[in-house]
Design a protein around this ligand. Structure first.
Ligand code: COA
Length: 141
């Protein structure tokens, strides 16, 4: 896919993050109206990979990792106008390539994206855990 640059970014702006998330189905599930919280979400994420077309951020994965064992992807989102063109797949591939073969790439799927990750199983190696557990946040969206 020519013209699209996939790269790790260390200074993604709040505006870019909000613009991409707001233009995806993940928008209502994130506190986009609370810029200070988004700032903290970006400052605390130590591994962010974006897709940019002509400099415009069109997709991103915001992750936390130790670069040695595990990576947790908190959001994968592609602007609605650019979905279905392989960009999400390429963002994940860029993440796993940069992380290397010692690091597992983990995420929780939204209900409407589970079939996406299932379909990527053979291509990227996604597996479904036997069981996953989490304690939900109780404040904010
Ligand atoms: C999910 C998402 C990141 C996928 O990114 P994308 O760039 O649209 O996906 P790709 O183009 O790489 O898709 C690759 C394949 O998955 C399919 N696919 C895309 N979204 C899908 C979905 N929600 N369900 C099932 N299959 C899907 C595509 O049709 C494509 O199939 P093909 O290779 O046979 O043509 C993107 O659609 C998105 O931002 N969705 C809203 C936010 C979201 O739900 N994020 C996931 C949170 S866990």
């Amino acid at each position: 896919m020519t013209g699209i640059v996939y790269a790790r970014e260390t200074a993604l702006t709040v505006d870019d993050y909000i613009a991409v998330l707001a233009d995806s189905a993940l928008g209502p599930t994130r506190p986009l109206g609370d810029r200070e919280r988004i700032e903290r979400m970006l400052a605390g994420a130590n591994f962010i990979v974006t897709a940019r077309e002509d400099g415009v951020c069109i997709g991103l994965a915001r992750c936390m990792t130790d670069f040695s064992w595990a990576c947790y992807c908190a959001e994968l989102a592609v602007r609605s106008s650019h979905q279905g063109r392989g960009i999400g797949t390429e963002i994940i591939r860029t993440c796993t390539t940069l992380l290397g073969d010692e690091v597992a790439f983990n995420l929780f799927s939204t209900p409407w994206s589970a079939s996406y990750y299932e379909s990527l199983g053979p291509k990227l190696g996604f597996k479904q855990p036997h069981a996953a557990f989490y304690i939900p946040r109780t404040r904010g969206v």
